[in-house]
Design a protein around this ligand. Structure first.
Ligand code: FO1
Length: 440
C-alpha cells in the first residue's frame, strides 16, 4: 500500500490546488484570520504524526502555497505525558524519524522542539517569522490545555486554526450531543460519509524554501530530555512508523479482514486489524484504512473518476449483456469472447487483453457498479490469480481509472481511458488470437 500510495501521489501532485478542501474540518481559534507579511506557516503536529493523508498538514500547505511562503512542521516533545513510558515515546520518536525524512524530501523543514508547547512554540514562531499556525485536533484535557496556553502566548495578529485530521467525519460535526448508542452515532456518521470519505490529495514538494538551513534533529538529546519510566520495554510486534502501519493495514486487508465478521470476538483467532497503535499516534490515517477497504468499489476511486462515471451513468450502452452471456462468451465481439474463453480455459487473460476485456464490460453493462462487480466476479471466479490486490487494482484501473489520469470525455466512459476493437487491431493480429480461442 505504502509504495502504491507514494507512486500515486507523484502522479497526482499537480491536482492539489483544484482539490476542494472541506472547510468543515477547520476551526478558526484566533480572531485574526489574515496571514500578515511573513516568511512561513507552521503545522504544529501533535496527534497526527504523519505527513501524507493528513488534513492539518494539507491545510497548512494550502495556506503556505496561497501566501507563497515556506511551510514548517514542528512537534513539541514533552518530557512527560500522563503515565506514558519509554515504550510509548520509543514508538513516537521512531515514527517521527520517518516524518523528518519524508519532510526533508518535500522541502518542508521538520523541527522537534523539546519542552511544553507554550515554552517552545512562541519562540519558534518569532525566530522564523511565522505568520500562521495550524494544529491538529485532540479532545483530551492535556492537548486542550496546550492549545489554550499557546493561543494566549503567540502574537495575536497571526491566525491560528485547528484541523481535525484524525477522523473521517470531523468529531465536532459528527454530532452535537453525547450519543447514547452505537446505532444512533453510526447512522449520523454514515450519513455524512459521502461528503467526507473522499480521497486525499497529496502533500507536494513545497515550492517556497525556508530562509535558513534546517539542522537535523538530535534524537539522542530528545531521548535524554524525557523524564519517563525506562523499565517498560518496547513491544516487539508493533514496528513504529507510517510504513510499518501501512504494511499492517495491507496484511489485515489480505489475511484477516475476511475472518473479522465471524471471528472478531474470539481472542484465540488473529482476526483484528491490530492497527490501534499506528492510529493512536496518527502514523496511519483511519480514512486511509477505509479507502483501502474500498479497493473493489467505485467509492475507492478518485473523485474525478466517480464524478465522470456518474455524469455518464445514464448514457445509452451500445450493447447490454447479462452476467451469463458474458460468462459464456456469447457477445457480438469475437475478440472479447476469445479473451473470456482464454480466461475460462487457461485461468488467465493476456495482460493487454485484460484491459480491453474489463473496459468492454463497462461499456456493455447497465452501470459502472454492475461493471465492476461483473469484472471482479469473473476475474475472481476464473482467474488463477483472482481475489488478489492486483486483480482488484486491474479492474479498478480499467473501469474507474485508479492510478490513471482523465482522458478525452466520451459516452459511457466519461474521462476514463477508452479502448476499442480498432485499437487492438493496430496492436496485433486479431484473427490469430480469435482462431486460437474460438471467439467467433
Ligand atoms: N503529543 C505531543 O504533542 N507531544 C508529546 O510529546 C506527546 C507525547 C505522548 C506520549 C504518549 C501518548 O500516548 C501521547 C503523546 N502525545 C504527545 C499526545 C498525542 O499525540 C495525542 O495528542 C494524544 O494521544 C491525544 O489524542
Amino acid at each position: 500500500i505504502h509504495r502504491r500510495l507514494e507512486k500515486t501521489r507523484q502522479d497526482e501532485a499537480e491536482s492539489i490546488l483544484d482539490f476542494k478542501f472541506n472547510k468543515k474540518r477547520v476551526e478558526m481559534l484566533s480572531k485574526a484570520d489574515e496571514v500578515p507579511d511573513c516568511d512561513g506557516i507552521v503545522y504544529w503536529m501533535s496527534r497526527d504524526q504523519r505527513v501524507q493523508d493528513n488534513w492539518a498538514m494539507l491545510f497548512a500547505q494550502r495556506l503556505a502555497l496561497k501566501y507563497k511562503v515556506s511551510l514548517h512542521v514542528v512537534f513539541c516533545l514533552v518530557p512527560k505525558f500522563l503515565d506514558a513510558t519509554i515504550r510509548h515515546y520509543h514508538f513516537i520518536l521512531k515514527g517521527l524519524e520517518e516524518v523528518e525524512s519524508e519532510c526533508q524530501k518535500l522541502d518542508i523543514p521538520f523541527n522537534l522542539l523539546l519542552g511544553e508547547p507554550v515554552d517552545v512554540l512562541p519562540d519558534f514562531i518569532k525566530n522564523h517569522n511565522i505568520g500562521g499556525l495550524v494544529t491538529d485536533f485532540s479532545p483530551l484535557r492535556v492537548p486542550r490545555r496546550w492549545l489554550k496556553e499557546v493561543k494566549k502566548a503567540i502574537p495575536q495578529n497571526i491566525p491560528m486554526c485547528q484541523v481535525d485530521a484524525h477522523n473521517i467525519v470531523p468529531c465536532k460535526k459528527a454530532s452535537d450531543k453525547q450519543e447514547y448508542s452505537a446505532k444512533t452515532i453510526r447512522k449520523k456518521i454514515h450519513d455524512k460519509l459521502p461528503e467526507f470519505l473522499t480521497n486525499f490529495p497529496p502533500v507536494i514538494k513545497h515550492p517556497y524554501k525556508s530562509k535558513e538551513e534546517n539542522e537535523a534533529v538530535d534524537w539522542e538529546a530528545a531521548e535524554k530530555s524525557l523524564e519517563v519510566d525506562q523499565t517498560v520495554k518496547s513491544v516487539e510486534w508493533a514496528v513504529p512508523g507510517t510504513q510499518a502501519g501501512h504494511d499492517t493495514l495491507n496484511e489485515f486487508c489480505l489475511k484477516r479482514l475476511r475472518k473479522y465478521a465471524t471471528q472478531r470476538n474470539d481472542p484465540n483467532v488473529n482476526a483484528l486489524s491490530n492497527l490501534s497503535p499506528w492510529l493512536h499516534f496518527g502514523q496511519v490515517s483511519a480514512q486511509r484504512c477505509v479507502l483501502e477497504e474500498n479497493y473493489d468499489r467505485i467509492e475507492g476511486a478518485y473523485q474525478w473518476a466517480i464524478t465522470t462515471l456518474n455524469n455518464h451513468k445514464k448514457d445509452p450502452r451500445p450493447y447490454l449483456y447479462s452476467l451469463e452471456t458474458l460468462m459464456e462468451a456469447r457477445t457480438h465481439d469475437e475478440l472479447w469472447n476469445s479473451a473470456q474463453i482464454q480466461l475460462v480455459k487457461e485461468g488467465k487473460i493476456h495482460g493487454f487483453m485484460r484491459m480491453y476485456w474489463a473496459k468492454k464490460i463497462l461499456e456493455w453493462t447497465a452501470s459502472p457498479e454492475t461493471a465492476l462487480e461483473t469484472a471482479i466476479y469473473l476475474n475472481d471466479r476464473f482467474s488463477l490469480d483472482g481475489r488478489d490486490p492486483n486483480g482488484y487494482v486491474g479492474c479498478m484501473w480499467s473501469i474507474c481509472g485508479i492510478h490513471d489520469q482523465g482522458w478525452g470525455e466520451r459516452n459511457v466512459f466519461g474521462k476514463i481511458r477508452y479502448m476499442n476493437y480498432d485499437g487492438c487491431k493496430r496492436k496485433f493480429k486479431i484473427d490469430g488470437y480469435v482462431s486460437r480461442y474460438g471467439g467467433k
